[in-house]
Design a protein around this ligand. Structure first.
Ligand code: ATP
Ligand code: MG
Length: 263
């Protein structure tokens, strides 16, 4: 059987074949030992293909494994998942929100990483913890869903008040700009943080989409999975700019699937 492993900065994603089906699981970096134990009992013969920033480090602790570059396999993984989910597209911008965020262009049968930013899932849980004291992704994502970003952000209409503004009054004029005047609840801060990340990732996406004449954004990475408010904001910005937004249900595994397929 083939086993694809994407060892990222935060989570290790594993995809393996059994009876013709793919199975998916993940381990936090801190549970690497458990993964290695599971790999030992995994029925042999197995072929292990590793990818991600920590692939080299993981390989040292394994018997035999091949390493592939994640930038060159992630779109193949996304293509597979798109097809599985009945949403095949021949060209798109892939936004992979991991610990950090990477952007890929898939066009004319080729894939390329074109941009990256440190604004990503690590920013959400890291700054989220500093702002609210909560430190798990699930807690922070739930908080964000209950909050109102308007309590923390200065909106265009807050500045223009009654006079007519040259741009949509509901746009953000200043992320966290109200925090100098108000305390703000934990959920409001988590919402404002989520929105700040979504807005700025979408601004980068917009420039890339226009530059490469695309119209679809595919979202992957654990940073967007199971974070409803983040997905809602990303989808709203996509709509506003006239782009199609696709959230892969198995998007956490695009790198691991890509690695498996490369065997
Ligand atoms: P990178 O690709 O940047 O090296 P990675 O591959 O480990 O990192 P992902 O697994 O795609 O990244 O996403 C990690 C992010 O997903 C975290 O920063 C966090 O925001 C979010 N996340 C979702 N579930 C969890 C979880 N159970 N534990 C920690 N973070 C989680
Ligand atoms: Mg990753």
């Amino acid at each position: 059987a083939r086993v694809g492993i994407d060892a990222g900065g935060t989570l290790i994603k594993v995809v393996y074949e059994e009876k013709g089906y793919l199975h998916y699981k993940y381990y936090p970096i801190s549970k690497e030992k458990e993964l290695l134990q599971w790999l030992q009992i995994f029925h042999s013969p197995a072929q292990f293909i590793l990818t991600g920033g920590r692939a080299e480090a993981l390989k040292q602790k394994m018997a035999e494994a091949k390493i592939v570059d994640e930038f060159s396999v992630i779109c193949a993984g996304a293509n597979y998942l798109l097809k599985e989910e009945g949403k095949q597209r021949s060209e798109y911008l892939l936004m992979n929100v991991g610990t950090g965020t990477s952007f890929f262009i898939h066009k004319n049968g080729k894939s390329e990483r074109v941009l990256g930013t440190g604004l990503g899932g690590g920013t959400f849980i890291g700054l989220g913890k500093l702002l609210t004291g909560k430190s798990t992704f699930a807690q922070l994502a739930d908080l964000a869903g209950d909050g109102s970003k308007e309590e923390i952000d200065v909106l265009v209409k807050d500045i223009y008040e009654s006079s007519s503004s040259p741009i949509d009054g509901n746009l953000t004029a200043s992320n966290f700009g109200k925090a100098i005047f108000v305390q703000g609840g934990a959920s409001d801060k988590a919402a404002a943080l989520t929105n700040m990340i979504a807005e700025n990732l979408m601004l980068l996406a917009m420039l890339l989409i226009e530059k490469h004449s695309l119209s679809t954004i595919v979202f992957s990475g654990s940073g967007v999975s199971r974070h409803d408010y983040f997905q809602t904001r990303l989808a709203e910005f996509s709509n506003m700019f006239g782009y199609e937004a696709i959230f892969l249900e198995r998007g956490k595994y695009s790198g691991a699937v890509g690695a498996l397929l490369s065997a």
